[in-house]
Design a protein around this ligand. Structure first.
Ligand code: GLC
Length: 476
């Protein structure tokens, strides 16, 4: 089966969040299962700058794209990584900059990309059986392909995966004609209109054959007014074509038994001594003094979505009790400042790294006792699964995929619990949970038992990739 993944990020070339992990890991797994998989991606300046792989990229053709009066060319480069074909779309005007998102012309940039990809299917003679689009950026693809009535795509089917419902690809009505050469009546009749704007995400929901999101629980949330940012009104019309498929993690990259980026490898039979070695080394490296106390960590974008608004009382409580906190991430300036202030107040207990650092992330997962994830919403979440794989117990708000992946210890389920959880988006609930968490931390046998449960989990991609494959097969 020919599968085209169309997305705005994909590892190992470019990633700003979980989307980049998923597009790559799922494609790799599908290729392993024998499918012909290609990833279509903008050729951002930041990919070129990074250099790795880029010398091997070869020019394979070009397509010209007219967005009304704008005539632009996309030069297409191909790279092969892990059995996946990557097609990179180069255009100086739209992608010759560092940032992926956040510019005034994002709508136009991804419209250009979307249409270039549609033309490229023909130009490259890669006619997909299934086009799998991710999030809002290529959201108009099924709509354009269907409304333009392109003969070479007459047998092609479309899947949309929603990774983040907060980004809905909203733009003025005029963009429909201006970027996509589509008639106004699609807007006026309400087909692509959402909250009185054009929404590429809504259009994708309407025109795709099947829709998925990244956990079964988030699927349920997306069908309710509270959890869906308004999308429930549209998704409920497609309820029977809408599934939740849980993401996996890359168990080769994240393997405590072989990971070269951590000081001491360990398994579920040797973690008690070995994880302690990782912790001691980490605490020493970062100037944290009390090795008998717990190490709580976060690896996260520092944004409202990740629960940064309710985290302060919990951090103060942990630190005041003499425990250690390490936070790796970057994001909104005021959250970074809040953490910096705390670090100054508790210099012996808290360390932070503002930025993104893969090597350090591996060390954090291997060294920590507990991993904080109080997300406001979390369609799947990857950090909690990586933490479990390294025997670090997640402490999460039980929302979205966190609910599906973390079984909170409730005082009696020690034979299978693998973390801790709270329900309400409430700073006090989170802080109060720490009494329970620390109670367990000081009961070493119980704590180690829960760690062992976490280390025994299988969150590999294989199962999910098979579910996607079944879904593709059901429609072609
Ligand atoms: C988005 C979601 C996150 C999910 C990821 C990959 O970043 O916020 O919960 O894990 O996409 O699907």
């Amino acid at each position: 089966m020919k599968i085209a993944m169309v997305a705005s990020e994909a590892n190992p070339l470019i990633k700003t969040g979980g989307l980049g992990d998923v597009v790559y890991s799922l494609s790799k797994e599908l290729a392993k299962l024998g499918e012909d998989v290609a990833i279509f991606l903008p050729f951002y300046e930041s990919i070129k700058r990074k250099g790795t792989f880029i010398n091997e990229a070869r020019y394979v053709g070009e397509v010209s794209v007219n967005l009304s009066w704008r005539n632009e060319v996309a030069s297409i480069y191909r790279l092969d990584i892990d059995g996946i074909k990557y097609f990179l779309f180069d255009n100086q005007r739209y992608f010759g900059r560092d940032r992926l998102y956040g510019d005034f012309d994002d709508g136009e940039r991804f419209a250009f990309f979307t249409i270039a990809v549609i033309f490229a299917f023909n130009a490259l003679n890669f006619i997909p059986n299934v086009v799998h689009i991710h999030d809002w950026q290529p959201g108009m693809l099924p709509c354009v392909a269907r409304e333009w009535n392109l003969d070479y795509l007459r047998n092609t089917k479309y899947i949309l995966t929603i990774h983040n419902p907060a980004f809905q690809g909203m733009m003025p009505r005029s963009c429909l004609g201006d970027f996509y050469s589509l008639p106004d009546y699609l807007y006026d009749d309400g087909v692509v209109r959402f909250k009185d704007q054009l929404s590429t995400l809504k259009s994708a929901i309407v025109y795709s054959d099947k829709i998925t999101t990244v956990s079964p629980n988030h699927r349920r949330e997306l069908l309710t007014p509270e959890g869906s940012m308004g999308l429930n009104t549209i998704l409920s019309l497609r309820e029977f074509d809408f599934m939740g498929i849980l993401n996996g993690i890359d168990v080769d990259e994240f393997n405590p038994e072989t990971d070269k980026r951590i000081p001491k490898n360990f398994s579920k039979d040797s973690f008690i001594e070995q994880k302690k070695i990782n912790k001691d080394k980490f605490l020493t490296n970062h100037g944290l003094v009390d090795h008998d106390k717990a190490l709580f960590s976060m690896v996260s974008r520092l944004t409202w979505q990740k629960g940064m608004d309710i985290i302060y009382p919990t951090l103060v409580k942990i630190l005041s009790l003499g425990h250690n906190v390490f936070i790796l991430g970057s994001g909104e300036y005021h959250y970074e400042q809040m953490l910096e202030d705390l670090r100054r107040r508790f210099p012996n207990n808290m360390a932070i790294f503002i930025g993104y650092n893969d090597d350090l992330a591996h060390e954090v997962y291997a060294a920590s006792d507990l991993f904080l994830m109080p997300s406001l919403f979390e369609p799947c979440g990857i950090g909690q699964m990586i933490a479990q794989r390294y025997g670090t117990l997640p402490v999460v708000r039980l929302t979205g995929g966190l609910y599906d992946t973390v079984i909170p210890y409730d005082g009696s389920n020690d034979s299978y619990a693998n973390g801790f959880g709270f329900y309400n988006n409430d700073a006090n609930d989170f802080a109060n949970l720490m009494d329970h968490v620390l109670g367990v931390y000081y009961n070493k046998d119980l704590f180690n038992h829960l760690v062992k449960n976490a280390l025994s989990l299988d969150n590999s991609w294989e199962k999910s990739a098979r579910e996607y494959l079944d879904l593709y097969r059901s429609i072609i």
